[in-house]
Ligand binder design. Structure first.
Ligand SMILES: [Zn+2]
Length: 1015
C-alpha cells in the first residue's frame, strides 16, 4: 500500500510542510513535528489511477476563483452557520447531549446539513487565518461530539427520539447519510488541525456501524447514499482497511432484498396499504409513500445490483454519490465490475441524460431523479446538490481513468450547473436550476438545507480539482489562477504558478519551478470546447466544425498541440526553475445544437464561450418576451468583458429578433449568474428560426414558408417524397396507454402497463421490435412523428397524452407503415380527448358553426408540414406526399342524443373536407371504431356503433377497422367493463395501432393495384 503525507496547517503557524513517502505496509503517519502542533497526516494512495493534489496544497488567488473564495469565507460560511444555529441544528446536539431543554427541531437528516457547512468552514480555514471562525467551528464541533453515545452512535434525531429506533427504516431515515457527512467533516477537521477528537469520534461511529452491518450481520443499506464515498475517505485518512471493506459491502448489497440475509432482488407491484384506524391524512400519505418506495426503488439505485446497472435512474444526488463511490472502489480495490458499471452509467448520463450546462435530474418521475433518455425539458428540476454530486463523480472518473474527457464534464458542471446554485453575493441559493424560467428569486436560506450547505462545501474544494498526480506525471485539469506545490516521484518538490483570466480568456501561463532539475511529464488538458466539442458525446454539438488553433509554447518555443488519446498534451522533459509554459486557447462564441432526439431543444440554439454556457435574461433584454426571441443563424456575436457586472463577467451580444420579430440587440450573460438582479424571465435555449427580416441578411438555408403542393412535388426528380400520414381524432388517438415502469402504476394496477405486458413470455414476440438486442428502446429514424410541440424519431412514449410515459395507437401504426414503405414516413398526430365530431370537430360541409378543433387540426397539420425542415434536418431536401388519413373516434358523441343521428354524415363530410384541403380526392382513410363499452352494451353505445359503421362504409377508399377484438380479459384489464378500455391499457393501444396500420396497408395495396391496372 502506498501512503503519502499531506501538510496540515495549524492555527498557530502558517508553516507548510509537504512530505511524501512510500511505505510497504499499512502504516499511518501522524507525526507531530513540533510541540507547536504542525502535524503531517498520512493518506492512503490508490491501487491504480491518479491521486489528488488536495485542495490544501493549492492556493487559488485572483482570477475567477480568488474573489469567490473570499466571498465564500467572509459571507457564505458565517451566513450558513448563522442559519443553521437559528434553525436548531446545533441545539439538537445539545439536546442529545442532555444539556438543552428546548425542542428537537427539524427532520432526521438535519445533522447532515450542519456537518456539510462545518466541512466547508474547515476547508476554508486551511486557506484563511481566521481565529474567530476557527473558535466558532471548534465550539460547534465540541457540542456535536458531546452528544456521541457510548457505542459511538451520533445522530441527534435518534438519540432524542429513541435509540431503539436508530437503525429502523433504513430506506427513509437517512441514518447512514448523516454518518457519511459526519465522517467527511471529521476527516477535514483532522486535516485542518492535526487533532484527533473528531476523527476518533468518526472511527467510533464507523466501528459501531461495522458492528451492526456486514456479512453475517445485518444486510441493510441506507436509502440515501453518501456514506460509501465517506468511508473511502475515512479509510484513506486512518488506514483502517475495514472502512474500505464496509464501503464495498454497502455497494455490493445494493439491489438485494434487505433484511437478515442477502437475497436476490425481486421487483413487485405497488400495493396500497390499508388505512389504519386513527391514522391522520398525513400519516396515511406517508404510509402510502413508504409502500410505493419498494416498487419504485430505482429511486435509490437499489433496483438491481450496482455492478449490473447500466442506465442512470432514480434520485440524481444519490446517484452522483454512489457512482463516485463505485469509481473510488474501482480505484482502491480490485473491482473491475464497478469500473464497467460506471463506464456504462457515464455513457448513459453524458450521452443521453445531461443538460448542456452539466446539470442532471429532470424529476420526470417525481423523485428528484433522472428521466427518460433525451427527455430534457428546460423547465426542469436540476437540483444544485445533483450538479455538485456530478462534479464529485466526474472528478473521481478522471482520477480512475486518467482521461481528460471526465475533467471536461467536471468543468462544465462546476462552472455552469453547480455554481448557478449560489448568488454572486454568496448568501442566496437555488435548490432547483431550470434552464428556462418565467422568473425566480434566490432564497437566503432553505429549510431543507442540503443545497445551501453543499454549496458551502464545494466552493472551497475547487482548488483540489485543479491538479492530479500520476506516476511521474503532473496533470493540469482546470485553469485557475494560483499556486501549488507538489512532490514528484523522484522526491523533488515542484512549485507551479498558474496565471490566467480563465474562463474569460483562454491564455494560461504556468511557471514550473522544481527545487532542482526534475524529469516528469506535465500533462495539460486541452478542453473539449477548444477542440470543437462542447461535451464528450453527441448529445450537444457546435453549429460548425471550425476549430481555432490552440497555441502552446514552452520557454517561448512553439510546441505542437495535438492531445494524445487521453485528451492531454504530454510535456515530457527535464524541468528547470522558472520554465514557462504558455497555453493559448482562442475563445470564439460558439453556437450549440442539441441532439435531434432532445425534443425540447429542437430548432433552438444556445451559446457557449470557453467553458461558460450563456442565458438570456429579461433584465438585459427589456421590452420583449425573452422566451420568444430568436437568434438568426448568421447573426454575428461578440463578446464583451464587463468587469463591473455580476462580479465580473464577459457578456455576449448580437442582432436578433424580439418576440414580435423586430430586429433588436440581444444580450446574454453566463447562466450561473442569472437571478442576481431583478426577477424576470430567463432562457438558455432560444429559437434559431432564421426568420426573414429586412434588417437581417437573408439566411443561407431558409425554411420555405409554404412547400409546393404535392402535385408539383411529386413530379420533382431526385429523392422520392416523404410519406405523410395524418393521425387525427378524439380521445382514443390522443393516447393514454401507460408504457413506463415507474409511472402511474395504479392504472389497471399496472396491468395495462405496456412494459409489464412485455414481460409476459407469451406476448413477447408481439413487442420484440420495440427494443434492440441490448434491451434499449428502438428509435426509428425512418419513421418520424410530430405531436403538438414534440417531434422526433418514432419510439415508445413521447407523443402520448401524458408525455413519455404514455402511448397512443401511433406507436404500432408507425412500425407497420414504416415496414411497408422504403421512403421515410412522417406521422402527424393531432388529437384531443373529450371532444365531439358533432360540435368540436364539426366540418365545414356539415353546415353550422365550423368546429374550433377542426380548425385547430388543420392548423396543426399545416404547421407540421411547414416545419419538416426545421424539425427533421435529415429530411430537408425531400418533398412530401400526404399518403393517408386515420380518424380514431371518441366517445363524446355517444353521450349526446343529438349527435348520433348526424354522426354518419359528419364523418363523411369530415373526410371530404380533408381530401379537398389536401387536394387528394382518393386519400386512403381508415376509421378506427370506438373501443369503449362492448358489443353487448346497449343504449347509446349500440346506436353509436351503428352510426360509425354506416358513415365509414360510405367513404370511398376508406376502411372501417373494428378494434373491439382487442378487448382484454376483465381480469387483465378491469377497466374494460367500465367503458374505459383505453385507460391505462397500453397493450390495447398497441393492438389498435396494429389494426389501423394493417387497415391502411390494405387500402394502399388496393390503390397500387388500381393504378397498375390503369397503366
Ligand atoms: Zn440539495
Amino acid at each position: 500500500m502506498l501512503i503519502r503525507s499531506v501538510k496540515v496547517k495549524s492555527r498557530y503557524t502558517k508553516g507548510i510542510i509537504i512530505m511524501r513517502k512510500y511505505f510497504a505496509t499499512t502504516i499511518i503517519m501522524a507525526i507531530s513535528l513540533s510541540l507547536m502542533s504542525i502535524a503531517a497526516v498520512a493518506e492512503v494512495l490508490p491501487n491504480r489511477g491518479l491521486y489528488e493534489v488536495s485542495h490544501d496544497r493549492v492556493e487559488l488567488h485572483g482570477g475567477f476563483w480568488g474573489p469567490r473564495l473570499k466571498t465564500h469565507h467572509e459571507t457564505t460560511i458565517g451566513h450558513a452557520l448563522d442559519c443553521l444555529e437559528r434553525n436548531g441544528h446545533v441545539t439538537n446536539f445539545d439536546k442529545a447531549a442532555g444539556v438543552f431543554d428546548g425542542p428537537l427541531r427539524g427532520h432526521h437528516a438535519f445533522d447532515s446539513d450542519l456537518h456539510k457547512a462545518m466541512e466547508g468552514a474547515m476547508y476554508s480555514l486551511q486557506h484563511h487565518d481566521d481565529p474567530k471562525l476557527r473558535q466558532r467551528v471548534e465550539g460547534i464541533l465540541d457540542r456535536i461530539l458531546a452528544a456521541q453515545q457510548e457505542d459511538g452512535f451520533l445522530i441527534s434525531y435518534f438519540i432524542v427520539n429513541g435509540l431503539d429506533k436508530k437503525w429502523d427504516d433504513m430506506r427513509l431515515e437517512h441514518q447512514m447519510y448523516n454518518a457519511g457527512h459526519f465522517f467527511e467533516m471529521a476527516v477535514e477537521h483532522h486535516r485542518l488541525s492535526g487533532e484527533k477528537k473528531a476523527i476518533d469520534a468518526a472511527k467510533r461511529f464507523a466501528d459501531h456501524i461495522d458492528s451492526v452491518f456486514g456479512p453475517g450481520k445485518r444486510y441493510d443499506v441506507g436509502g440515501h447514499e453518501e456514506i460509501e464515498l465517506a468511508l473511502v475517505k475515512l479509510y484513506r485518512a486512518t488506514g483502517e482497511r475495514r472502512y474500505l471493506e464496509l464501503s464495498r459491502f454497502l455497494l455490493d448489497e445494493r439491489g438485494h432484498l434487505h433484511g437478515t440475509e442477502r437475497r436476490p432482488f425481486e421487483s413487485g407491484p405497488l400495493s396500497v396499504p390499508e388505512r389504519i384506524e386513527g391514522q391522520t391524512d398525513a400519516e396515511y400519505r406517508r404510509a402510502k409513500w413508504h409502500a410505493s418506495l419498494r416498487w419504485r426503488n430505482g429511486r435509490m439505485q437499489d433496483h438491481k445490483p450496482l455492478a449490473e446497472q447500466t442506465e442512470a435512474v432514480g434520485h440524481a444526488v444519490r446517484a452522483g454519490y454512489i457512482y463516485s463511490a463505485m469509481a473510488d472502489i474501482a480505484r482502491f480495490m480490485d473491482a473491475p465490475e464497478y469500473e464497467r458499471a460506471v463506464d456504462s452509467l457515464w455513457q448513459d448520463v453524458v450521452g443521453r441524460k445531461m443538460y448542456v450546462n452539466g446539470s442532471i435530474g429532470t424529476a420526470q418521475y417525481g423523485d428528484e431523479g433522472f428521466g427518460d433518455p433525451y427527455l430534457l425539458p428546460n423547465r426542469t428540476y436540476c437540483e444544485s446538490c445533483a450538479s455538485i454530486a456530478h462534479v464529485f463523480w466526474q472528478h473521481r472518473m478522471n482520477l480512475l481513468k486518467a482521461q481528460a474527457k471526465y475533467a471536461d464534464v467536471m468543468e462544465l458542471a462546476l462552472y455552469n450547473g453547480a455554481i448557478s446554485g449560489i448568488s454572486i453575493s454568496g448568501d442566496g441559493f437555488f435548490y432547483q436550476n431550470p434552464l428556462e424560467s418565467k422568473g425566480s428569486s434566490r432564497s437566503s436560506w432553505i429549510g431543507l438545507a442540503c443545497c445551501p450547505t453543499n454549496l458551502t462545501r464545494i466552493i472551497p474544494q475547487v482548488g483540489g480539482l485543479v491538479y492530479a498526480q500520476g506516476k511521474n506525471r503532473l496533470y493540469v485539469n482546470l485553469f485557475a489562477a494560483g499556486d501549488t506545490s507538489v512532490r514528484m516521484d523522484d522526491g523533488v518538490k515542484v512549485k507551479l504558478a498558474q496565471k490566467t483570466d480563465y474562463p474569460w480568456d483562454g491564455y494560461v501561463k504556468l511557471t514550473v519551478t522544481p527545487e532542482q532539475a526534475s524529469d516528469f511529464d506535465l500533462c495539460l488538458r486541452i478542453p473539449g470546447w477548444a477542440l470543437g466539442r462542447p461535451v464528450p458525446s453527441d448529445l450537444y454539438r457546435f453549429a460548425d466544425s471550425k476549430v481555432a488553433a490552440v497555441g502552446l509554447k514552452v520557454n517561448g518555443k512553439t510546441i505542437d498541440v495535438t492531445p494524445e488519446e487521453d485528451g492531454y498534451v504530454h510535456l515530457k522533459r527535464s524541468w528547470k526553475a522558472a520554465d514557462a509554459v504558455e497555453l493559448d486557447m482562442p475563445m470564439p462564441v460558439r453556437r450549440i445544437y442539441a441532439h435531434e432526439k432532445v425534443l425540447a431543444d429542437r430548432g433552438k440554439v444556445t451559446l457557449m464561450r470557453g467553458p461558460i454556457i450563456y442565458c438570456f435574461e429579461a433584465v438585459d433584454n427589456p421590452n420583449m418576451d425573452v422566451l420568444s426571441i430568436a437568434l438568426p443563424r448568421e447573426a454575428e456575436l461578440r463578446a464583451e468583458p464587463r468587469p463591473e457586472l455580476l462580479g465580473g463577467v464577459t457578456i455576449l451580444q448580437g442582432k436578433g429578433l424580439d418576440d414580435r420579430q423586430r430586429p433588436v440587440t440581444l444580450t446574454a450573460v453566463p447562466y450561473y449568474s442569472w437571478a442576481n438582479r431583478e426577477k424576470g424571465a430567463m432562457t438558455v435555449w432560444i429559437n434559431e428560426a432564421p426568420i426573414a427580416s429586412a434588417a437581417l441578411p437573408a439566411t443561407s438555408s431558409p425554411i420555405p414558408a409554404q412547400r409546393a403542393d404535392q402535385s408539383t412535388s411529386l413530379k420533382q426528380a431526385g429523392k422520392s417524397p416523404i410519406k405523410v400520414f395524418i393521425l387525427a381524432g378524439q380521445s382514443n388517438m390522443e393516447g393514454q396507454g401507460v408504457v413506463s415502469m415507474d409511472h402511474p402504476s395504479d392504472y389497471n394496477s399496472g396491468k395495462g402497463n405496456l412494459v409489464n405486458t412485455m414481460k409476459d413470455p407469451n406476448k413477447a414476440y408481439l413487442y420484440k421490435h420495440l427494443k434492440d438486442r441490448k434491451g434499449e428502446w428502438i428509435v426509428r429514424d425512418d419513421v418520424k412523428i410530430t405531436f403538438r410541440d414534440r417531434s422526433g424519431g418514432l419510439t415508445i412514449g413521447y407523443t402520448g397524452y401524458g408525455g413519455s410515459s404514455h402511448i397512443g395507437p401511433e406507436l404500432q401504426f408507425g412500425h407497420v407503415i414504416g415496414d411497408y414503405f422504403k421512403e421515410p414516413v412522417l406521422l402527424i398526430k393531432t388529437a384531443w380527448g373529450g371532444k365531439s365530431l358533432y360540435q368540436d370537430f364539426r366540418p365545414p360541409s356539415s353546415g353550422g358553426k365550423v368546429g374550433k378543433f377542426y380548425k385547430q387540426m388543420l392548423k396543426d397539420i399545416h404547421k407540421a408540414l411547414n416545419d419538416i425542415e426545421k424539425n427533421f434536418p435529415d429530411l430537408a431536401s425531400r418533398t412530401y406526399e400526404v399518403a393517408g388519413f386515420v380518424w380514431m373516434q371518441g366517445w363524446n358523441d355517444m353521450c349526446d342524443a343529438k349527435a348520433i343521428p348526424e354522426y354518419d354524415k359528419n364523418l363523411i363530410n369530415l373526410v371530404n373536407d380533408l381530401r379537398k384541403e389536401f387536394k387528394s380526392p382518393d386519400l386512403p382513410v381508415v376509421i378506427g371504431e370506438l373501443g369503449n363499452g362492448g358489443p353487448e352494451a346497449g343504449g347509446n353505445m349500440a346506436a353509436f356503433r351503428k352510426a360509425q359503421k354506416k358513415g365509414a362504409e360510405q367513404i370511398d377508399n376508406g376502411v372501417f377497422v373494428i378494434t373491439h377484438n382487442f378487448w382484454r380479459d376483465p381480469q387483465q384489464s378491469p377497466n374494460v367493463n367500465h367503458g374505459h378500455h383505453w385507460c391505462g391499457n397500453a397493450e390495447s393501444y398497441f393492438l389498435v395501432g396494429d389494426a389501423l396500420g394493417k387497415g391502411m396497408i390494405r387500402l394502399l395495396m388496393k390503390k397500387n393495384s388500381r393504378s397498375n391496372d390503369s397503366r
